[in-house]
Design a binder for this molecule. Sequence first.
Ligand code: AMP
Length: 309
Amino acid sequence: MSLTVVGSIAFDAIRTPFGERERALGGSAVHFSLAASFFTEVRPVGPVGDDFGEAEYEVLRRHGVITDDIEHVEGGRTFFWSGEYDWDLNTAHTLDTQLNVFGDFEPKLSQASRESDLLFLANIQPDLQRDVREQCTGAQLAALDSMNFWIESTRESLIQTISVVDMVLMNDAELRMLTEEPNLMRAAAAVRAMGPRVVIAKQGEYGAALFTEDGFFALPAYPLETVRDPTGAGDSFAGGLMGYLDSQDGALDDATLRRAMTYGSTLASFWVEEFGCERAERLTREEIDERYEEFKRITSIEWVPASGG
Ligand code: AMP
């Protein structure tokens, strides 16, 4: 099995009450790929500029991420995002977004990426997401994330893209914003009515909720005493979830989805302990599995249906 992701590849300037970074490696496709790399082979698609050097490629390659579909745009600058968080670490306040090389990017996927079994359309311009969805004709499962920036500026295009995916993973506030439904149950139902079978609402430090035809499931976040920077929490959650699904041959039954969410939350819990993807750089699969087992033990909810393991 294999997994392709299109999304931002970025440098981030981040400020939280616990510190700051001027130029952290980031972007939705980067956080996603690093998280998914603990489960499967992953291929990020996207452009970078002259400022994206060997050191950045190395972070990805050390994790076995296939970088063939990262396109170097000569003379260009890499996507840049600047944001800050106050004591409520659940809400990112965007200070600046510079699309740079994403401004006129036209994705041209390699044969291997087009043939991926699973596809994740991480947070980026929805026209680009749809372009990549159309090129990945063989993908048996396509999922999507987005954010308020795109809901406000490209709403119709985003709805069109949602209609061609199987699963939507978005922040609960953004699901409400997109559907103009203040109630989360109704908002999830409205998104499912657009086409996708599965909707997952990310709820920051409160966890995540799953909506399918068979019902509803809620998972708390892994309880942490130290959270320094939530940047990348959503993308590492998605990377862990999709990486695990890829390792399970893309099964989409509720029991598998619940395990996938638990892996996603486990990955996100490591991400937020340090800035950007710094914690990921020395994370091991053993640490992930250990925390996953601990997570199962301390959540007293019926996290897998009786038929599950
Ligand atoms: P999250 O996982 O939701 O915290 O996403 C964090 C990442 O989203 C950061 O590394 C940013 O580079 C990236 N990002 C922020 N704004 C945008 C945007 N408008 N489009 C694509 N990526 C973005």
